[in-house]
Design a binder for this molecule. Structure first.
Ligand SMILES: Cc1cc2nc3c(=O)[nH]c(=O)nc-3n(C[C@H](O)[C@H](O)[C@H](O)COP(=O)(O)O)c2cc1C
Length: 189
């Protein structure tokens, strides 16, 4: 069975990302080994930019926090799914911190700058936005997802659900629910 790591980047427990987390868990039930990392409940510190990780040639970090503990799972999963709100036209700060910490996979001695153990992993980003332009946000999400290539995620898909400011309202939108179904199927294909 494929291993799927769900990263929930929302702080709103009654919000859209948490509702989608439950929906994706249902969609993947019995079809994948799913684990969930809720950034808002974890200790994910900022990247120190100390380059301590560059002393080794396997993913590592000198900090002792929940991100460092997650590194082996990020490295060995088959796919990662990010569920997140859009904040100020971009990744929310907690997800930006998570992305920054994937610097622990960067290796300047490698031609592709990556010390990831696996470089064939899939990455999906499902974002919810309150008011903003879905096409612009989809571009923003795709641009940011590309940065996870260093951690070995080279194949990615993005979806942005717009007009979803009301907590849980994404669950009333058939097109966005269909996008979740398609994304779940793609993650384990
Ligand atoms: C600090 C903050 C900034 C936000 N910035 C934007 C924004 O720039 N554009 C937008 O469309 N919605 C914005 N929103 C609304 C959220 O994207 C929207 O409510 C989303 O559905 C929240 O997802 P969640 O319930 O999973 O946390 C913002 C919300 C917060 C709290």
């Amino acid at each position: 069975m494929k291993k799927v790591l769900i990263v929930n980047a929302s702080k709103r427990k009654k919000g859209n990302s948490y509702a989608l987390e439950r929906r994706f868990a249902e969609l993947l039930d019995g079809k994948a080994e799913v684990s969930v990392f809720r950034i808002g409940e974890k200790d994910v510190r900022f990247c120190l930019a100390c380059d301590g990780c560059k002393r080794k040639h396997e993913p590592n970090c000198v900090q002792k926090d929940d991100f460092t503990a997650l590194i082996p799972e990020i490295d060995s999963c088959d796919a990662m799914l990010i569920l997140s709100p859009v904040h100020w036209d971009n990744f929310p700060a907690q997800l930006r911190a998570f992305l920054d910490r994937t610097y622990s996979f960067m290796d300047f001695t490698q031609p592709d700058f990556s010390m990831a153990g696996r470089k064939d992993k899939k990455l999906a980003g499902y974002f919810c936005a309150g008011f903003g332009p879905v096409d612009v946000y989809t571009n923003m999400v795709e641009t940011n997802l590309k940065s996870f290539a260093t951690a070995g995620f080279r194949d990615y898909k993005a979806h942005v659900a717009g007009n979803a400011n009301v907590p849980g309202s994404v669950m009333d939108k058939p097109d966005d629910l269909k996008a979740a179904e398609d994304m779940a199927a793609w993650l384990i294909a």
